[in-house]
Write a protein of this length. Structure first.
Length: 561
């Protein structure tokens, strides 16, 4: 029994071993099959595609007038094409190939120098061993080349006029001896339009004024030391200031008497252009024709000055349609004692005298008619600053034989005027709109004086609107007195006053005429409470809570709402 059992047992063991072997074989075959499948999958062949678009290792940058390109490495790329444009590849300036990822775009790579201080766009294409698989072009970005190293100054708007330009430099290195002008599209400065050899004075001043340019044009102006280029700048001239056969441009002429010498020969209706910052003598010219004076373009911000040391007049018996001044400073060194803009002592007829955006300062009077017979139809002051006018007011019709029909003051500031308006004859109208008036008239004097019996009225009335009136002018009494007289004569004159103010230190002096409806002290503070520095002509509002800050007084001082 034991032998049989052992034999049976051994037989079972052998069967189990065979069974385990078979399982191992099956598992081995299965695993091998899986590896075969995986291996087959790894050996699957995909379609070939384009190379990736090139990218930068670092951003484009410029050195002087070159551009540095540092591409990321692409081992599949055989070489690269680099393209350069200035108009975002509407057109292409340069195309070249490289077999490296680092390149400097300069004369060696493109055959000429890049322009200085110019924006370029750069793109790259990677090439495979078969062009079918080249990358698409890759825009690498925009970069501006450096500015040419120079001691030349960059022009501001005040350095470029319509026909002239100011060229300037710092006195560094070799002396600047010449200036050349090139067309705006002559990018490599090859064909000068004009050349100037500098004078000793110009070299000492490190400045040259060039003229003869065309308005609304682009130029490149360059400086030189001998034949060596030292720098250049782009100048874009302004639009022509005024043009026409009736324009006389006196700008660029360094002579104080050129105006006085020229006026007798100009035609009726001439527009005389004066240069800011320059002084012109009035020369006592007597008008027998209409003339407009305007400030043209200038290298400085100051207005042109007409020196009224000898006053304007009119020719005896003349008929003049108009005389106008725009952006002009009218004054005189000794003006407060004895000078006027107009001091008319003859007969004639004037359509209009107009001052627009002018400064009128330090005179005995602005306009006075003191002799002869005549009429001024309209007297206009608009957007002006009038200061320090002594005895004869802003307008004085000092003869019953002269008349001024209509007076219009708007958007203007008047300060330190002993008299304001005075006449010995009727007028049609006076309009004072949006004005700031401080220290006018002098204490005790009349604001409005129409004083000749039956010729002492403003027939269509006086209208004052959106105006602020400060105290009277006090000139050195021991005890400050600021009260004024409202008017003289004018018994039948109608007053219309709207949206206007006076400060608490404004008053009508005891026993003097009060203007009907005039708002006395309806602002509770003094002139010094209301304005920043009225003594020095600064009428900006100190009191920002003032009710009329946005709609009263000269608009140049208002605070927007």
């Amino acid at each position: 029994m034991d032998l049989d059992f052992n034999s049976f047992n051994n037989e079972k063991k052998n069967e189990m071993k065979k069974h385990r072997f078979n399982i191992k074989v099956i598992l081995t075959l299965l695993i091998a099959g899986m590896f075969v499948i995986i291996a087959c999958e790894k050996e699957e062949v995909f379609p070939r595609t384009r190379l990736f678009q090139p990218v930068l290792n670092e951003d484009l940058y410029s050195v002087d007038n070159t551009i540095v390109v540092n591409l990321g490495n692409m081992k599949e790329a055989q070489n690269y094409t680099i393209e350069v444009s200035r108009d975002s590849f509407l057109t292409t300036e340069y195309t070249f190939q490289i077999d490296t990822t680092f390149v400097i775009i300069n004369n060696e790579t493109i055959g000429e120098d890049l322009l200085w201080f110019t924006i370029y766009q750069v793109q790259a294409t990677a090439h495979a061993d078969d062009s079918e698989y080249d990358s698409k072009p890759s825009l690498l970005g925009s970069i501006r080349t450096q500015k040419f190293p120079s001691n030349m100054g960059t022009p501001t708007p005040f350095d470029v006029l319509d026909t002239r330009a100011r060229v300037f430099w710092s006195p560094a290195g070799a002396p600047i001896t010449g200036v050349k002008i090139f067309a705006g599209d002559d990018e490599r400065l090859m064909s000068p339009l004009a050349e100037y050899e500098l004078t000793n004075d110009e070299m000492d001043a490190s400045e040259k004024i060039v003229s003869g340019l065309n308005a609304s044009s682009i130029y490149q102006i360059a400086i030189y030391s001998g034949n060596t280029l030292r720098g250049w700048e782009v100048y874009t001239t302004r639009e022509a200031f005024v043009s026409g056969d009736n324009v006389l441009d006196l700008s660029g002429i360094d002579s104080t008497v050129v105006l006085a010498d020229t006026l007798p020969s100009v035609a009726n209706g001439t527009i005389v252009v004066l240069e800011g910052g320059k002084i012109y003598m009035a020369g006592g010219y007597a008008f027998d024709k209409s003339i407009s004076f305007v400030s043209g373009y200038s290298f400085v911000q100051a207005l042109p000055v007409i020196d009224m040391s000898t006053n304007f007049n009119i020719a005896d018996g003349a008929t003049v349609d108009y005389v106008t001044f725009k952006d002009i400073h009218l004054t005189a060194p000794d003006g407060f004692d004895s000078r006027y803009v107009f001091n008319i002592d003859v007969s004639g007829t004037i359509g209009e005298i107009k001052f627009e955006s002018c400064k009128i300062r330090t005179l005995r009077g602005v306009a006075r008619m003191k002799g002869g017979t005549g009429s001024l139809d309209k007297y206009t002051i608009y957007d002006c600053e009038v200061d320090s006018i002594r005895d004869y007011a802003i307008l004085t019709v000092d003869k019953t034989t002269w008349i001024c029909n209509d007076i219009h003051f708007e958007n203007s500031t008047f300060t330190r005027c002993r008299m304001f308006l005075t006449s010995r004859n009727n007028s049609n109208s006076i309009v004072i709109e949006s004005c700031t008036i401080g220290e006018a008239p002098e204490q005790g004097r009349q604001m409005f004086r129409w004083r000749q019996g039956d010729q002492e009225d403003v027939l269509n009335g006086i209208k004052i609107s959106n105006t602020i009136w400060g105290r009277g002018w006090y000139e050195g009494l021991d005890v400050p007195v600021h009260g004024v007289d409202g008017f003289d004569g004018m018994a039948n004159t109608n007053w219309i006053i709207t949206n206007s103010y006076s400060t608490s230190d404004f008053s009508f002096a005891e026993g003097k005429d009060e203007i009907p409806g005039f708002p006395i002290g309806n602002y509770s503070g003094t002139v010094n409470d209301l304005w920043e520095d009225p003594e020095n002509g600064n009428f900006n509002f100190k009191d920002t809570g003032f009710a009329g800050k946005g709609d009263s007084g000269d608009p140049r001082w208002r605070i927007g709402l």
